[in-house]
Design a protein around this ligand. Structure first.
Ligand SMILES: [Zn+2]
Length: 327
């Protein structure tokens, strides 16, 4: 059985002199032959017809793709990339939920609730295959049904206990209620830090929140109704900074907001991702005939694809894709 061939979707891996990159492009026909690169760097030759950037996390390569006029991403992702990298975004933007025309293809966009501006892309090829590319996903509630699903596997290993979790919003709120005067949270500057600000305000905390410069710039640049935000040195009850900066912070209570289990500090399970059950539920909901797991590097895409195959769903991890372009 060759479901991807029958669906008219050719996924392609990228290789340089140093080996395979964790990148995928999709080649398909829609009136003409088109190539959409998914979360790749812009070092292609020949150039694809579009660089789809699902969101601004560094491992999705917007830093490089943003410099191409063929880049396509949400308004918020473009703004986040400009704040993160200090360069002008050269591509085109859209508001999530809009349908855009890329080389004659109607591409629909859907929120994935992973970071501000994160979104999935959906289009049909000329044999009617519905293609959905998600990037990273926190909540699949807005995603449509499709025939070919290209998705992530950050927590895709069903056998790994670390891939089974739920957000512990209850603990987060309790800690904020108990210690609102001398508390710090470790959170990545883009994504988690903004989630933390939202959670603090939802918890009823209305005081000043101190943030490191990058987190502060991203939060002020991307969010509305943040309440008072200040720098880390200012007088404030609660601080948010990167996990790397947490050890040196002179604050009595410190927690890292993460689903990971390899930190020395106490953690609160707040993730920007779904766990493996969420990923599997997303696949059932979207009901594709074929799944491609393309992200992140490492073994989890293969673990998820293998699990799905055992459950009777055709799936391939990026590393099982045999078509290769040298870039
Ligand atoms: Zn991400």
């Amino acid at each position: 059985m060759k479901p991807l061939f029958d669906l008219g979707v050719l996924p392609v891996r990228h290789r340089t002199g140093r080996g395979f990159k964790p990148h995928v492009s999709l080649i398909f026909n829609a009136g003409k032959r088109l190539t959409f690169a998914i979360d790749t760097t812009n070092s292609h030759s020949p150039q694809p017809d579009a660089y789809l950037i699902t969101h601004a996390h560094s491992d999705h390569n917007g830093r490089s793709a943003m410099l191409s006029a063929r880049a396509v991403c949400s308004v918020e992702t473009a703004r986040a990339l400009e704040i993160l990298y200090g360069k002008k975004y050269a591509g085109r933007t859209f508001r999530i939920g809009e349908t855009i025309d890329i080389d004659g293809v109607e591409v629909k966009t859907y929120s994935t609730h992973h970071t501000i501006g994160s979104c999935a892309f959906y289009w049909q090829n000329e044999v009617g295959t519905r293609i959905l590319v998600t990037g990273d996903v926190k909540d699949a509630k807005d995603l449509p049904a499709c025939d070919c699903l290209v998705t992530e596997a950050n927590y895709g290993d069903y056998e790994d206990p670390g891939c089974h979790f739920e957000d512990d919003i209850g603990s987060f709120k309790e800690i904020v209620e108990e210690e609102p005067d001398d508390l710090a949270f470790g959170a990545y500057a883009f994504g988690k830090a903004q989630r933390a600000v939202s959670l603090l305000r939802d918890s009823g905390y209305s005081g000043k929140i101190g943030m490191d410069p990058i987190s502060l710039a991203l939060t002020q640049g991307l969010m509305e109704n943040t309440g008072p935000l200040v720098d880390l040195e200012s007088n404030c009850g609660i601080r948010i900074t990167t996990p790397a900066q947490i050890p040196s912070l002179k604050v009595s209570k410190k927690f890292i907001l993460t689903g990971r289990r390899d930190y020395k500090f106490p953690t609160i399970n707040i993730s920007d991702h779904m766990d493996v059950n969420g990923l599997i539920n997303m696949v059932h909901k979207c009901a594709p005939g074929a799944v491609i797991t393309y992200h992140p590097g490492g073994h989890r895409p293969l673990k998820l694809a293998t699990y799905l195959n055992k459950k009777g769903i055709y799936a391939k991890a990026l590393q099982q894709i045999n078509t290769v372009i040298d870039i």
